[in-house]
Design a protein around this ligand. Sequence first.
Ligand code: TXA
Ligand code: MG
Length: 333
Amino acid sequence: MTVPPVHPELADAVDRLRSGGLVAFPTETVYGLGADAFSDAAVEAVFRLKGRPNRNPLIVHAADIAMARTAVSSWPDEAQALAERFWPGPLTLVVPKADIVPPRVTAGASTVAVRCPDHPLTAALLHAFGRPLVGPSANPSGRVSPTAADHVRLYFAPRQVLVLDGGACRAGIESTVVSLADPTFPVVLRPGVVSAAAIAATLGRPVAAIDTHGATHGPLAGPGMLPSHYAPGTVARMVSSEELAVALRKASPRVAALAIGACEDIAVGHVVIPMASDAPTYARNLYAALMRADAVGADRILIERPPAGDADPMWEAVLDRLSRATAPKASSA
Ligand code: TXA
Ligand code: MG
């Protein structure tokens, strides 16, 4: 019999979680900041460390459907169908919450977001811990989400967070969030890798999408959907290919560019980060590119607008993240 290799830090990670501490874990989307989802104090520590607004609820991560169901008070047939089709994977389901979940997790809402991440190390962590973990992206609130263990280490010290290194994240942008809370129709609250069309095809009925960009005040309709989110520290702007070429021909201001077309030859003195022209590869590299661009000390970051007209629905999720990265910063975020 072969025994699967045990990650050297898994036991320490479980100990940390049991004592109310925080563990960053890898997923297929981005790294999560894990804590015992049923411990109010541990969840409070997550909000404090991230500087996260209290009204922004957390996703509860589970090893499987059975564990997810410990956090919910009802499990609609459509949740079962979507979980069977997409879990483990980048789809988060919003359903009625169980009493055991502290109100802080859901920002006082009667619903809870649950997902089963697709990463063997995190599956092992969840199984060993034996109960669900909250897992917001492992970044200070409003900053770029981490897609590698080193990104998390840039944000937080080892005494604050134990980081489990599971390599670079495959998908690179956060999960699709779909609410099943209103039985009359499912609503996509955050676009992601799993498209609304794929969800609708599984359910055999249409799925609505909400415009998440206006939700800055009051209880959040798509909680957490603050306009300025996923943002680098340097001011970032989305520009056309022509505008980018013009900016790169000038010597100042000094820019860091995320460019799809080749423009290294005209970019003397600037930093140009080449981006892929297909949506999955673009998404996988986006946050690392933003973090690199942020680190070079440029006056501003210019992001070449991805080509319109490409049919891949994943561009919608990419454009959602780009528009947040380039939105004026809200004072509360
Ligand atoms: O891919 C992901 O989902 C990553 C990885 C680590 O799993 N996690 C993540 O968490 O992106 P976070 O905290 O950055 O985003 C959680 C979002 C909230 O901003 C909110 O939009 C939605 O999930 N959410 C959580 N609970 C909700 C609820 N009860 N109702 C509606 N939306 C909710
Ligand atoms: Mg986040």
